[in-house]
Design a protein around this ligand. Structure first.
Ligand code: AMP
Length: 210
């Protein structure tokens, strides 16, 4: 199954992904945000371009991310299926994706903006492996340390409140229309993402028939 995770930044896509990977037999989850953050960290040409947009909470231009994503899903590990987290984020990205892959389902995590703002304040991420935690809802076993790879956890620059508000605006203006796009194709499934990690997993598994 080729699955898209839709939802506002902070809706819980990155937290749900590891559970779905397991349920779907180990297919890769591709997070364009993680690929871009890695490029920024390594100061590659892609990273240098992307950073100026990401720090402001704006979207990286379509022509940059579309090529990057197409390259990633052409890799052999994606041939058994994949989960996309953070792509597509615009209609042109969705159209480009439809040209290179068959999408089975777009699962939308529904969380109101106020709840997102609260969540983002407690979010911590591992820049090395991309795992995400929350100081209250999903704390790491040892404070400040990634459970998965042992690297230090940090607050993302773009998780600061003013940047989060900008990212939510961008989401409503540019990404939310994708619900209609996939709805029109009969591929949209929406679930309530406010009920905690376990409940969200159950709703997702049920919606996807896993
Ligand atoms: P995320 O981790 O998915 O919230 O992404 C973090 C940031 O990376 C976003 O705010 C954008 O600046 C950039 N980004 C990630 N995915 C995309 C995408 N599909 N299109 C454009 N920009 C993206």
């Amino acid at each position: 199954m080729n699955l898209i995770l839709l939802g506002a930044p902070g809706a819980g896509k990155g937290t749900l992904a590891p559970y779905l990977i397991e349920k779907m037999g180990g297919v890769p989850a591709v997070s364009t945000g993680n690929i871009l953050r890695e490029a920024v960290k390594n100061q590659t040409p892609l990273g240098v371009t992307a950073k100026q947009y990401m720090d402001k909470g704006a979207l990286v231009p379509d022509e940059v991310v579309i090529g990057m994503l197409q390259e990633r899903i052409a890799q052999p590990d994606c041939q058994r299926g994949f989960i996309l987290d953070g792509f597509p984020r615009t209609i042109p990205q969705a159209e480009a994706l439809d040209k290179v892959a068959h999408i089975d389902c777009a699962l939308s995590l529904e969380v109101p903006d106020e709840a997102i703002e609260k969540r983002m304040a407690g979010r911590r991420v591992c820049l090395k492996c991309g795992a995400t935690f929350h100081i209250e809802n999903n704390p790491p076993k040892t404070e400040g340390v990634c459970d998965v790879c042992g690297d230090a956890l940090v607050i993302r620059k773009d998780d600061q409140l003013d940047v989060v508000r900008g990212r939510l605006e961008t989401y409503h203006a540019q990404t939310e229309p994708l619900k209609d796009y996939y709805g029109a194709q009969g591929k949209l499934k929406s679930i309530d993402g406010t009920q905690g990690i376990e409940a969200t997993r159950e709703l997702a598994a049920k919606a996807l028939g896993l």
